[in-house]
Design a protein around this ligand. Structure first.
Ligand SMILES: C[S@@+](CC[C@H](N)C(=O)[O-])C[C@H]1O[C@@H](n2cnc3c(N)ncnc32)[C@H](O)[C@@H]1O
Length: 250
C-alpha cells in the first residue's frame, strides 16, 4: 500500500499544477536574461533560421516562459501554447496580449542572433495576433498537427517517472508533422524543484537519455549541454540540455 502511494505521488497526474505560483516562477526564472538562456536563445534562433515562414507552431508546457514562442514568431502565422496548469493558462492569456518590458532583452537576444528574421517583426503585435492558449496535456496532443515546435523544461520536470518523461517527449515530437523542426530544452540531472512553497518532481536526465528518447521519433538530432556556470538557477541540477531535430512522423 505504502509503495503504491509513493509511486502515485511521483506521477504527472498527482501534482498540484493548478496551484503553480506563476508570479513566483516568473520572478525566479525570467526576471533577468541569464547567460544559459541567452546561449539557448542564440542556438534556437540559428536552428530555426532555415524554417521559412507561415508555419503553425506549438509550444508545450509554456508555464510563464514566452521566449520559445518569441523564437518561433518569424516562422509562424499561428502559435498554440498548450499548458496544463490553470494558473499558468490565466497568466499566458493576459501576457500574450501585451507582454511586459522584462521580455525585451529576450527579444533583443533573438534580434542579435538573426537580425534579418527577427528585426522586421513587431513582437508585441505579432504575439498578440498569432498566439492562442489552450488548457491541455502533453499526453493528449493530437498527432502530426503542427509544423514547428518547442518544449522547454517540461518532459523531465512534470514527473519523477522515467516512462512519463519518455512518453511526454515523444508525444511532443509526434504532435509535429513529418519534417517539422523542433527545439526542446531539459534541466540536466534535476532532482526536482521548488515553486514558492510547493515542490515539483523531476527525472534526472543526461544528454544520452535525451538522445535515446528522441531517436525513435526524430532525425538529424543534435543534443548539446549548456553549462549554467557559477550561478545555477536552483540547487540540484548541473546545467541545461538543448535538443534540436526534425520529427520523423513515426
Ligand atoms: C518546469 S515548468 C516549465 C515552464 C516553461 N516551459 C519554462 O521554460 O520555464 C513545467 C510546465 O509544464 C506544465 N505541465 C505540467 N504537466 C503538464 C502536462 N501534462 N501537459 C502540459 N503541460 C504540463 C506545468 O504547468 C509547467 O508550466
Amino acid at each position: 500500500m505504502r509503495l503504491m502511494i509513493d509511486l502515485a505521488t511521483n506521477r504527472n497526474d498527482s501534482q498540484p499544477w493548478d496551484d503553480f505560483d506563476s508570479r513566483w516562477y516568473l520572478a525566479h526564472n525570467y526576471e533577468n536574461l541569464r547567460l544559459d538562456d541567452r546561449e539557448i536563445i542564440e542556438r534556437v534562433a540559428n536552428f530555426f533560421a532555415a524554417s521559412g515562414e507561415q508555419r503553425c507552431g506549438i509550444d508545450v508546457g509554456s508555464g510563464t516562459n514566452l521566449y520559445p514562442a518569441l523564437a518561433m514568431l518569424p516562422s509562424c502565422r499561428q502559435i498554440t501554447l498548450v499548458e496544463r496548469s490553470r494558473s499558468n493558462v490565466a497568466w499566458l492569456m493576459r501576457e500574450i496580449r501585451q507582454f511586459a518590458p522584462s521580455w525585451d532583452p529576450f527579444w533583443g537576444a533573438l534580434v542579435n542572433a538573426d537580425a534579418d528574421r527577427y528585426k522586421p517583426v513587431e513582437p508585441r503585435e505579432a504575439l498578440a495576433a498569432r498566439t492562442e492558449v489552450l488548457c491541455g496535456s502533453i499526453f493528449e496532443l493530437p498527432r502530426c498537427e503542427w509544423e514547428i515546435g518547442t518544449m522547454f523544461f517540461v518532459a523531465e520536470s512534470i514527473t519523477a517517472e522515467a516512462d512519463e518523461f519518455e512518453r511526454a517527449t515523444q508525444c511532443f515530437v509526434r504532435s509535429l508533422k513529418p519534417g517539422a523542426p523542433f527545439a526542446a530544452a531539459f534541466m540536466r540531472h534535476s532532482v526536482g524543484y521548488q515553486v514558492n512553497r510547493l515542490h515539483f518532481p523531476a527525472v534526472a536526465v543526461d544528454e544520452g537519455q535525451v538522445g535515446e528518447c528522441l531517436d525513435p521519433v526524430a532525425y538529424d538530432v543534435t543534443v548539446t549541454m549548456i553549462p549554467s556556470g557559477a550561478n545555477p538557477l536552483r540547487d540540484g541540477y548541473d546545467g541545461m540540455i538543448l535538443a534540436t531535430g526534425y520529427a520523423n512522423g513515426k
